[in-house]
Design a protein around this ligand. Structure first.
Ligand code: EPZ
Length: 429
């Protein structure tokens, strides 16, 4: 059923919100379970549609899945015998590419539909392929599928031409049981890469250097099932932090790793927010109009690209003119047209957006053009006076667990409602 969000904005946010497990760690760790010889229990899984999609693929491949509760699952990969992930199975998600690395690592063979996911212009996988080939796999493209096969995989040195999260993860997955030493240079350093390495090491892998730009993987014969709890979602936490700065208020955000939020907190402080760090929580207090600031997105530990639309939305109502530069993707400003409908003054030139702050946004019907753009529309709706309707919210459901319940608990007026098709139906007499 098609649904939309209706938000009556203009209320400050107050209270406490608990952050779920990290989407981008979960979508790497779940396929990694296929490398084990015995069952794994994965905890702190976010209840979002990207995770259900991955679990569905794993079940189609032959894994046995038992839901323990809404955030824990037991997966037995013993009987996985298929190496094919079709387009229908992958449902257009980006992380389907991780089945290439995981299935190659498990059975030296993988045939996977090309990854989908959010549309930010071209999303190449050349660096993933370069890594697989260095390990000894032969990659071909047949009937719209990526086909990877190897007699055996052997450790190798791979230098990434661009810092790629996906390529770093995929090469780790393929290399963890390859013979000998693999070295990934210019590796991505995101928290979810460290989480994947910790998970693989807890199964018996030998990975060093995750979180730095040189990752060394000494191949092991076998990996055993383990119990593992996924890290909190840095971007979900950052989204709630930005929402408080936009709508004003006082919110305690719990179940977070404050270290992962430093680059986001630094910018929000520059905008005038008071942010206090605790062991596993941050409190955000904001009681003024945000000040302008410039933001440039970069791979970790830089400011995350996945927070770019949300921070730009806050800057749309800041005092003064801000410049937001996208340093990761070619085209991540598609949401700007939607903010313009709400009265924002934003000029985009290539990878740069010049944002002249307006007093406030006007409520309007808008669309979630992708996942984080959708989160930005929620922030816009919450701070604008009046009724904002957001369509295409399936993008938001891919990555935000219980977003309506969480914002409602903070005092926002947001509802999920079905879209009723008003096209008249004429019956023949
Ligand atoms: C991951 O995508 C995330 N997705 C994205 O988050 C995130 O925006 C991105 O990393 C950057 O942090 C998942 O983890 C599932 P990349 P990924 O490979 O791995 C270029 C969200 O909102 N590149 O790090 O696909 C590429 O074009 C999502 O949660 C190549 O040139 O991103 C881009 O400019 C959206 N060749 C840059 O590298 C390659 O082979 C970074 O891409 C691979 C990438």
């Amino acid at each position: 059923m098609l649904e939309k969000f209706i938000i009556h904005g203009g209320k400050p946010l107050k209270g406490e919100v608990r952050i779920s497990g990290a989407k981008n760690a979960a979508v790497a760790i779940l396929p990694a379970v296929l490398l084990a010889d015995s069952p794994c229990v994965i905890e702190n899984l976010p209840n979002i549609s990207d995770v259900s999609a991955i679990l569905n693929v794993m079940q189609c491949l032959g894994a046995q899945i038992r839901l323990i509760n809404k955030s824990s699952v037991e997966i037995n990969p013993r009987h996985v015998n298929s190496f094919v992930v079709t387009k229908e199975m992958a449902e257009g998600m980006r992380a389907s590419s991780y089945f290439l690395g995981a299935l190659l690592g498990r059975m030296n063979r993988a045939r996977v539909a090309p990854p989908g996911g959010c549309n930010f212009g071209v999303r190449p996988i050349d660096q993933h392929i370069k890594g697989f080939e260095a390990l000894g796999a032969k990659i071909t493209f047949e009937n719209g599928m990526v086909d990877a096969k190897a007699e055996k995989l052997s450790g190798a040195s791979v230098y990434l031409d661009v810092v790629s999260v996906g390529a770093t993860i995929n090469i780790m997955l393929a290399a963890v049981k390859a013979k000998g030493l693999t070295v990934i240079e210019n590796a991505a350093r995101e928290p979810h890469i460290v989480d994947l390495a910790n998970f693989l090491n807890s199964m018996g892998a030998n990975i060093m250097g995750a979180g730095t730009s040189v990752i060394k993987i000494r191949g092991v014969e076998r990996l055993e099932g383990t119990g593992y709890s996924i890290i909190p979602d840095q971007i979900e936490a950052g989204t709630y932090m930005a929402a408080v700065v936009a709508a004003k208020g006082d919110v305690l955000i719990t179940n977070v790793t404050p270290k992962h939020l430093e680059s986001i907190a630094a910018k929000l402080k520059e905008m005038g927010a008071e942010i206090t760090e605790y062991d596993e929580a941050v409190r955000v207090v904001m009681n003024r109009r945000p000040r302008k600031c410039n933001v440039k997105t970069m791979p970790h530990p830089g400011f995350p690209t996945d927070m770019q639309p949300q921070i730009a939305t806050v800057l749309a109502i800041a005092e003064g003119t801000s410049i937001v530069t996208e340093g990761v993707w070619d085209n991540r400003f598609r949401y700007v047209d939607q903010l313009t409908l709400m009265g924002a003054d934003i000029q985009v030139d290539g990878k740069m957006a010049v944002i002249t702050g307006v007093e406030n946004l006007n409520a309007s019907p808008v669309k979630a053009v992708d996942l984080r753009a959708g989160a930005a529309m929620i922030i816009a709706g919450i701070m604008a006076d009046g009724k904002t309707e957001i369509e295409d919210i399936d993008h938001i459901d891919r990555g935000y667990e219980n977003v309506v319940e969480k914002f409602t608990s903070l005092g926002a007026d947001i509802k999920r409602v079905p879209i009723i098709d008003s096209t008249p139906v004429y019956k023949q007499a």
